[in-house]
Ligand binder design. Structure first.
Ligand code: HEM
Length: 493
C-alpha cells in the first residue's frame, strides 16, 4: 500500500532533478564533452573526492582526453593529453592565484591576497636554490645523521638489537624532524610539532573538500591552533635565530604588509609545503626497494661503487653532499615518483578563450570555469607512454649505457612531459633540488648505517589512500612493518 504512495513521489523527485539538471548548463558547439552527473549542483563531487584517479580514468574512457565535469557547482575541464599541456601551463587568461587563495583560506584559515606572486616566488628561489641550497642540504644531512643515530641509541634496547616499526612512520618521522630542525631551527618542540602535524595532515584532504564530520572539524581546528602556537616565535620567548630562514620569511611577510596574525598562520602553510612530501616519497622508494630485491641490489651495487677504497672504516663510504653520479638511484627515484606523485594543476579561466590542442582541435573555454591537468593519469600511468604502467621497473628511466632515459612518445610525438611529480611552469616545485638531495641523503644513510628488512619476507606494499589524489605525494592506507638495527660493521652494505 505504501509503495503506491511512495513510488510516484520518488519518480516525481527524479524527474524534477533531471529537469533541473537540463535547465542548467548545456554543451555548446566547440566545447569539450560535458558530464554533469545526476546530483544537482554537487555533480560528480562525491566520486571526485572519494578517488579522483578512478573517477577521472572512467571519464577518460567515456569521453577521451578532454571533457568538462561538474564538481560542487564548478565546471572543471580536465585535459589529459600531455602533448597539449603547454596550452594550460603557459596559456594566457588562466589564473593560478585566485583558486589557490581560496584553498589557503579553507585549509589554513589564511588570507594572503596582498602578496605579489612574483615577489613570493623570488623570495622562495633565493632561499631554496643557489648558495642557500648548499647550506640547507648540509644542515639537513647533519640533522638526519644525528637523529638516526640518537633514535637508535634511545630506548631500552642496545643500538645493535632489532627494532620494529612501520616504514612509513620511520621515514616520515625522520625526514620531518630533520626538515623542521633545518628550516625552523627549534630543538625544544620538534617531537610535539611532528605529532600534531600528523593529526592535522590526516584530515587535510577532508578540510580542503569541506567533507569533515563534526568531531573531525573540532579535532582539525584544535590541531591547527596548536600548530600556530607551536610555530609562533613568541611561544619560545627567545624569538628566531637572527639568520634563520624563518626570520627572513617573517621579514618578507612584513614588507608585503601581512598582519601579525596572518604571519603566524603562514608558518603552518610553509611547514606543510616543505615537509609533507619528502617523507612519503622516501617511504615509497624504500618500500619498492624492499619488495624488489633486484632493484635493491642494483642500488647497493651503485653505492658500493662510490666507496672510497681502503679507508671505509675511518670515514663514511660516501659523502652525500658531494655531487655523485648515481644514475641507478636517480632512475629509482623517478620511477617511484611516477607511481606515487599525484599533483593536480588547476587554473581559473579569466575570460572566454580558445584552448588549442596539438592535434589541431580547438575548444571554447568559458570565463569562470576551471581547467585541470592530472599528470598522474597521463603521462605517468598512461600505457601508451609507459609500458605496464602499474609495474615498478627500477630502470625505466635508465638507458643501457647508464645515461638518463628521457625520450618517450605518445602517438608519434616525443613528449616534453613524460612524468611530472614536481608540477611545471611558473609554479614548479621550488624545493625540488633540496628534496632530491634530502631523499638521497636519507636513503644512503639508512642503507649504509642500518640493516633493514621486512618483518614478513613475503610482505607487500600497502595500497594508496585514494583520498589524497591531487595533494602531491600519495600516502599509504596502512604501513609496511620492518625491522632494523645498526650495522655491526659500519658502512658495509
Ligand atoms: C618529493 C618531494 C616533493 C614533491 C613531489 C614536491 C612537489 C611539488 C609540486 C607538484 C608543487 C607545485 C604545486 C602546484 O603547482 O600547485 C610544489 C610546490 C612547492 N614546493 Fe614542493 N615538492 C616536494 C618537496 C619539497 C620540499 C622539500 C620543499 C622545500 C623545502 C618544497 C617546496 C615547495 C614550495 C615552496 C612550493 C610552492 C612553489 C610556488 O608556489 O611557486 N617542496 N612542490
Amino acid at each position: 500500500m505504501l509503495w503506491t504512495i511512495f513510488l510516484p513521489l520518488i519518480g516525481l523527485l527524479i524527474l524534477l532533478l533531471m529537469l533541473f539538471s537540463c535547465l542548467t548548463r548545456r554543451r555548446e558547439k566547440n566545447e569539450p564533452p560535458l558530464d554533469k552527473g545526476f546530483i544537482p549542483w554537487l555533480g560528480h563531487a562525491l566520486e571526485f573526492g572519494r578517488d579522483a584517479a578512478k573517477f577521472l580514468a572512467q571519464m577518460k574512457e567515456k569521453h577521451g582526453d578532454i571533457f568538462t565535469v561538474r564538481v560542487a557547482g564548478l565546471y572543471v575541464t580536465v585535459l589529459l593529453d600531455p602533448n597539449s599541456f603547454d596550452a594550460v601551463i603557459n596559456g594566457t587568461s588562466l589564473d593560478f592565484s585566485h583558486a589557490r587563495n581560496k584553498l589557503l583560506e579553507r585549509i589554513f584559515s589564511l588570507k594572503l591576497q596582498n602578496i605579489e606572486p612574483t615577489e613570493e616566488r623570488k623570495w622562495m628561489e633565493e632561499h631554496f636554490k643557489g648558495v642557500s641550497l648548499n647550506e640547507l642540504s648540509s644542515s639537513m644531512n647533519s640533522h638526519l645523521r644525528k637523529l638516526l643515530l640518537s633514535d637508535q641509541a634511545g630506548g631500552c634496547g642496545k643500538a645493535t638489537e632489532w627494532k620494529k616499526d612501520g616504514l612509513f612512520s620511520l621515514c616520515y618521522s625522520l625526514l620531518f624532524r630533520a626538515g623542521y630542525l633545518t628550516l625552523f631551527e627549534r630543538r625544544d618542540n620538534v617531537a610535539t610539532v611532528y605529532q600534531e602535524f600528523r593529526k592535522f595532515d590526516s584530515l587535510l584532504t577532508k578540510l580542503a573538500r569541506c567533507s569533515l564530520k563534526r568531531g573531525e572539524r573540532k579535532a582539525v581546528n584544535s590541531s591547527r591552533e596548536r600548530l600556530w602556537e607551536l610555530l609562533s616565535p613568541s611561544c619560545l620567548g627567545g624569538g628566531f635565530e637572527s639568520s634563520s630562514w624563518q626570520r627572513s620569511y617573517h621579514n618578507f611577510l612584513q614588507e608585503e604588509g601581512v598582519d601579525p596574525e596572518m604571519q603566524k598562520r603562514a608558518l603552518l602553510l610553509q611547514l606543510w609545503t616543505t615537509q609533507c612530501n619528502s617523507g612519503p616519497a622516501s617511504f615509497w622508494l624504500l618500500g619498492f626497494l624492499l619488495t624488489h630485491p633486484e632493484a635493491m641490489e642494483a642500488v647497493k651495487t651503485e653505492i658500493r661503487g662510490l666507496t672510497h677504497q681502503g679507508d671505509s672504516l675511518k670515514r663514511p663510504p660516501i659523502n652525500p653532499l658531494e655531487p655523485h653520479n648515481t644514475p641507478v638511484f636517480d632512475s629509482v627515484l623517478s620511477e617511484t615518483l611516477r607511481l606515487t606523485a599525484a599533483v593536480m594543476i588547476n587554473r581559473e579561466v579569466m575570460e572566454d578563450k580558445i584552448l588549442r590542442l596539438v592535434n589541431g582541435q580547438e575548444y571554447h573555454m568559458r570565463k569562470g570555469d576551471r581547467v585541470c591537468l592530472f599528470p598522474f593519469l597521463s603521462p605517468q600511468m598512461d600505457p601508451e607512454i609507459h609500458h605496464d604502467p602499474q609495474v615498478f621497473k627500477y630502470d625505466r628511466f635508465l638507458n643501457e649505457d647508464f645515461t638518463v632515459k628521457d625520450i618517450f612518445y605518445k602517438g608519434e610525438r616525443r613528449l616534453k612531459y613524460y612524468t611530472m611529480p614536481w608540477g611545471a611552469g611558473k609554479n614548479i616545485c621550488v624545493g625540488k633540488e633540496f628534496a632530491v638531495t634530502a631523499i638521497k641523503q636519507f636513503v644512503f644513510l639508512l642503507l649504509t648505517h642500518l640493516d633493514i628488512e621486512m618483518c614478513d619476507p613475503e610482505g607487500k606494499l600497502p595500497p594508496v589512500n585514494p583520498s589524497r589524489y591531487g595533494f602531491g605525494m600519495l600516502q599509504p592506507d596502512g604501513d609496511l612493518e620492518v625491522r632494523y638495527r645498526l650495522k655491526r660493521t659500519q658502512h658495509k652494505i
